[in-house]
Design a protein. Structure first.
Length: 410
């Protein structure tokens, strides 16, 4: 499915038009109003509902299209290029803006005979500044390789944060008041399956073969195993046919010999000779069968080794992605999700990185809130203390008591 398209026409001002799918929009019945949660969501746990997406759609115009380059030639890309949050504003200082959006609309697309409602954005890429990347992007698209993308959303001016219909939830949360703030082309897996076509391969420094090579070798091994299995089955069938034929011949010869044993000693010897030939043929076929069986077992063991290598390669890649995602946090902040980090390290294939970063960000917010509340409480105590202090040199009200004025202090 083409989730990213780029015009083949190069304009005089160096702008190259593009169109991409920002994310899928889920049906209204994907909301469980009783339990106040979305029942269908992307890998980040977001349930996009058309009503709220249409409300935010005008903010897509003039939004930036960004990439995070990995090399000096500016052809290989990574993620969002985020560098943290400064004064409540997310920063992406490791990313560059390669283009911008001009408009957006909601459309339907078909993928594997299934229809999906999606948010589509259109705009221009600056080919003058990023010609190397645009050339590579055009070549990849010509080969059927389309980049993944990930949309970014932010709070509106009227709110302190993104508003969710039923509050923030790790999965099934429904953004209801937000703006679209940017889109990043990715060299890693996207959260929304409809905003992604293919994941770019990444090199593993500690692995002699990359994932695609291991998959190709496994496929080759499986094909060889299938070929040898067919050969083995044919050999078995041939052996069984020859054994049946030999048994039939032997029985006929034995019956004939028994009938004429006393009359033809020469014929008996011939039968014995034939029996020896049959036995030699059986022994040869049995030997071939045993050799093929050993080769089959060896290929099976080789397949298990390659599958293990593939699993290790995937685990290393996932651990690298987690380390990259946690690089922006301090050791103290990472400790908020140490249990999740340990679980991810133990099983990186089945675990999710977003659950770790979400918990850290949530804990950071809680800590900030607690600090603010403590500061407010101290201020309140100081104010109360000030109001109760008495000036011992101030005027004293004696009521109806009679004051005797006397200059003599004795």
């Amino acid at each position: 499915m083409k989730t990213f398209e780029m015009s083949k026409r190069v304009t005089k001002n160096g702008r190259r038009k593009f169109k991409l799918v920002l994310h899928e929009i889920y049906p209204d019945d994907s909301v469980d109003e009783l339990n106040e949660v979305g029942t269908v969501y992307n890998k980040n746990g977001i349930t996009w509902i058309r009503e709220f997406c249409e409300k935010a759609m005008p903010t897509i115009a003039d939004m930036s299209l960004r990439v995070e380059f990995l090399d000096d030639e500016r052809t290989e890309i990574a993620g969002h290029g985020d560098t943290g949050i400064v004064d409540g504003l997310p920063t992406f200082e490791n990313a560059v803006e390669i283009g911008h959006f001009t408009n957006a609309y909601i459309d339907t697309i078909t993928d594997d005979n299934e229809t999906h409602t999606v948010m589509v954005g259109e705009g221009f890429i600056d080919e003058m500044c990023y010609k190397n990347y645009v050339d590579k992007l055009a070549a990849d698209i010509a080969n059927g390789e389309y980049p993944s993308c990930s949309v970014e959303i932010y709070k509106t001016e009227d709110n302190d944060g993104i508003v969710y219909k039923y509050g923030y939830k790790s999965t099934g949360r429904i953004p209801s008041e937000f703006i679209y703030s940017g889109v990043a082309l990715l060299g890693v897996e996207a959260a929304d399956s409809q905003a992604k076509l293919i994941e770019l391969n990444k090199k593993e420094d500690e692995c002699q073969m990359n994932e695609s090579e291991i998959k190709a070798l496994i496929e080759q091994t499986i094909n060889e195993m299938a070929s040898h299995t067919t050969e083995l089955n044919e050999c078995k069938a041939d052996c069984e046919a020859k054994i049946a034929e030999a048994n039939a011949n032997a029985e006929a010869k034995i019956a004939e010999a028994n009938a004429a044993v006393e009359a033809a000693i020469t014929e008996k010897n011939e039968i014995v000779a034939n029996s020896e030939k049959i036995q030699a043929a059986l022994d040869e076929l049995r030997k071939e069968y045993e050799e093929l069986d050993k080769k089959y077992e060896a290929l099976w063991e080789e397949r298990k080794v390659l599958e293990k290598a593939l699993g290790e390669a995937k685990a290393k890649e996932r651990l690298g992605e987690m380390n990259a995602a946690l690089a922006r946090f301090t050791d103290e902040e990472r400790a908020y999700a140490q249990e999740e980090i340990d679980a991810f390290t133990a099983d990186p294939i089945s675990s999710e990185i977003n659950s770790i970063t979400d918990k850290i960000l949530m804990k950071i917010g809680e800590k900030a809130k607690e600090a603010a509340e403590d500061e407010a409480h101290v201020a309140e105590q100081n104010s109360a203390k000030h109001e109760t202090e008495v000036d011992i040199f101030g005027e004293i009200d004696l009521g109806d008591a009679k004051v005797v004025e006397d200059d003599n202090i004795f």
